[in-house]
Design a protein around this ligand. Structure first.
Ligand SMILES: [Zn+2]
Ligand SMILES: [Zn+2]
Length: 151
């Protein structure tokens, strides 16, 4: 399948989930989703705005649409140490965490989740609707090399 066909298929899947949840696939949402799906790494709302061809005044629109699509389960938010928010698409039902380079935002998925024990503690404490956010930060090999070419 061509990459265009893959993206189209992704858009169709999301449109279906939207219909089930009473949301509509709008042109701005489709542009954002295409950009998310075709990007090689998580991006900020501002990067998505630029790369998806929105105008300089459209940041709020992009951000609101990203927010509204988090509930679909196919768009995920990553919050960096400094509070910067990045967005990426995820496979259905694929809960995962990341190792993120704090310099270039290169992100590698970690398939393993260490939070089950923590969630059962929350459960025993009587909490419901439990969720967790875990990200691991560091400096990737490429950024380390750039900072110190001798390495
Ligand atoms: Zn890096
Ligand atoms: Zn987890």
């Amino acid at each position: 399948m061509s990459s265009k066909a893959k993206t189209d298929q992704f858009i169709d899947q999301i449109a279906e989930i939207m219909r089930e949840q009473g949301m509509r696939m709008t042109k701005p949402r489709e542009r954002i989703l295409r950009e998310l799906y075709e990007a090689s790494k998580p991006q900020s709302a501002e990067e998505i705005r630029q790369n998806a061809g929105f105008g300089p005044s459209d940041l709020v629109t992009v951000y609101r649409n990203l927010e509204s699509m988090l509930s679909l389960g196919r768009v995920q938010r990553i919050i960096l140490e400094n509070g910067t928010q990045l967005f990426e698409w995820v496979e259905a039902e694929q809960h995962h965490h990341h190792i993120i380079c704090r310099h270039c935002h290169h992100a590698e998925p970690i398939d393993f989740c260490a939070a089950h024990e923590l969630e059962s503690i929350a459960q025993r404490a009587g909490f419901s609707e439990i969720n967790h956010v875990i990200e691991v930060f560091g400096t990737c090999k490429a950024c380390e090399k750039e900072a110190d070419p001798a390495k």
